[in-house]
Design a protein around this ligand. Sequence first.
Ligand code: NDP
Ligand code: 2IT
Length: 449
Amino acid sequence: MSYVDEVLQMVVEKNPAQPEFHQAVKEVLESIRVVIDQNEEVYRRDALLERIVTPERQILFRVPWVDDKGNVQVNNGYRVQFNSAIGPYKGGLRLHPSVNLSIIKFLGFEQIFKNSLTGLMIGGGKGGADFDPKGKSDREIMAFCQSFISELYKYLGANTDVPAGDIGTGAREIGYMYGQYKKMTGLYEGVFTGKGLSYGGSLARKEATGFGLLYLTAEMLKCNGKDIAGKTIAVSGAGNVAIYAIKKAQQLGAKVVTCSDSTGWIYDPEGIDLDLLREVKENKRARLDAYAAARPCAQYHAGKYFGGGGLWNVKVDVALPCATQNELELEDAKALVANGCMAVAEGANMPTTLEATEYLQKNGVLFCPGKAANAGGVATSALEMSQNSGRLSWTFEKVDRTLQDIMINIFHNLDDAAKKYGLDGNYVAGANIAGFLKVAEAMTAQGIV
Ligand code: NDP
Ligand code: 2IT
């Protein structure tokens, strides 16, 4: 059996009931096979693959807090410190009832390669809790965040592990967590990113993931002889990534006609009204039916938006899944291809199933995986860390310009890596190979640790 197959089998055996983690590992290992096969003896001798699929440390903890009725609630907290070969652990915290160890491990594993692709000094980590922020009062959110950090603070630090936002964790939650970290440690340091601007946050971090997604998508189209201006785009999600993806797409002259949340999805043939969407989702924290109620040209469809017959059935040139994992299935990929979609770029982490990815690639759709396409968020987090350690703040324009350069660079790195290994146009392989090689070199140089 080849070394790659042995490790894939080992991952499934040693990590039972972790399907999302298996999926993420399979995608990476299958596509770096060409690299491993060329140097199998050395990688095997150093157990490089066994080490890279095994987290350096996993912290699982109890998060008790008191709700507004005086009842004690208990959640499960997680932080997986996956790989620190190229920098301190870096990655977001997800607060969603679906969170479990498989999801946090898949996200942490992806983060290793994503962070490597940014070219910056950040290792891979991810965390979160099975806490549902929906419908909670501000006081309940604060109580949860304080309890979460009362345990996790021991493992964090500006040069150790630097969390940030993800699903369910935005500026409000980062503020409460940062405050509690400072209280527990007495340290005023850049230990979280996505902080508010008044206490060390970076301009353009809020916009960075969505903007970065569009910078990379525009470059991918350009290098394939196409222009983003004038294109019709389907976006899923209506959170941080989706909102700023829609904003930049509109600025670049494209028309975004869809978005979604966990209750349903919107088709707005005249193009999403971003001010209204922000009012509904960011300010009121309401559901998307409120968007349709305020905009007669928009249609609201309650229920599931993927898996056939939903949002991905709208005829578009470009699709940008920006909500959550496995939200674009084979049936959706078939609908996109049948409608002439030319490109898919992942704003979310692993939103496209393996079968759907393969179908899109086989049918000539340009496909950029999340670890490259959504790397603008964590890259700008690293810029926030730089500003914090230098005790200074850059202008919006400087951060945005640097982000643009980073995204264009990422695209060319993965394009070059794909070409070098005879996989021209396979951006999944290109991203995995380019991300892997840097981490593997650092791990090899640092010995068996
Ligand atoms: P937000 O919490 O701001 O928004 C998430 C959006 O997706 C919401 O509209 C939410 O619906 C919807 N959603 C979440 N989970 C589900 C689900 N299980 N089923 C249906 N809809 C769902 O998160 P972000 O925008 O920050 O994150 C979106 C994706 O992007 C995630 O995959 C995240 O890992 C990834 N990402 C985020 C980065 C960042 O900087 N924030 C960086 C890189 C990747 P509702 O409004 O009803 O809650
Ligand atoms: O998935 C991701 O890259 C994020 N949620 C952002 C991580 C970060 O540290 O900014």
